[in-house]
Design a protein around this ligand. Sequence first.
Ligand SMILES: Nc1ncnc2c1ncn2[C@@H]1O[C@H](COP(=O)(O)OP(=O)(O)OP(=O)(O)O)[C@@H](O)[C@H]1O
Ligand SMILES: [Mg+2]
Length: 251
Amino acid sequence: MSDDVILATEGLTKEFRGFVAVRDVSLRVRRHTIHALIGPNGAGKTTCFNLLTKFLVPTRGSIHYNGRDITRAAPAQIARMGLVRSFQISAVFPHLSVRENIRVALQRKLGTAFHFWRSESSLDQLNDRADQLADEVGLSEYHGATAGELPYGRKRALEIATTLALEPEMLLLDEPMAGLAHGDIPRIAELIKRVATNRTVLMVEHNMKVVADISDTITVLQRGEVLTEGPYASVAEDPRVKEAYMGTGHG
Ligand SMILES: Nc1ncnc2c1ncn2[C@@H]1O[C@H](COP(=O)(O)OP(=O)(O)OP(=O)(O)O)[C@@H](O)[C@H]1O
Ligand SMILES: [Mg+2]
């Protein structure tokens, strides 16, 4: 695996009682890029994603991250290695403030081994870092706001902040635009782009405008297999892609 590639799969396959949901997928995700996984309903995107985040064990094939074989690793192990899945891992606590939510994530990252919380100054440090992360995702006016009362788009930004608190080198985003109001979409897309300047992002996303706007590379899945791969311009032109999306209500 070249240094340029942060995540690579080889012949990744997942069968469910004989049904092949993901077949022989070999992905190469380049460092510091945004890579989108797209495809019509049932193409195997979520299954593929769950294999990468270790929520599912592959039937065959391998996954390498930063040169290390993580095929059999547990979700917590890969998170410690800097490969972090957003949304599932970073649940937002509705009754806590923005700052408290981010602090919980920071505390999780630090662990309790060093009795870090004993002193007042360490709590101040945590608050400072939490506020910094809130600012980074555009929540500077919401430090003390209760998470549950945030508008939906701001909640998504908070979820991203709690993910960033874990200091990921690579983020896996599962439909980051899902459920967002029209007006929030450009802001969250812009945020993902900003986050990816010194990190790597792999996302499953249905919103083609966002995929077109921010992805460096797109892998199109169809019936569990890679149909084609490349930058948006070449993928969008591919007649097989148009055909794959026909009659599915997407694209
Ligand atoms: N646990 C499971 N058991 C049996 N079949 C499954 C299971 N999970 C997924 N499948 C099947 O595998 C195929 C791929 O499903 P998957 O959820 O990965 O598709 P997807 O690309 O994420 O679709 P969508 O765009 O609708 O989210 C589908 O035919 C689905 O029914
Ligand atoms: Mg899915």
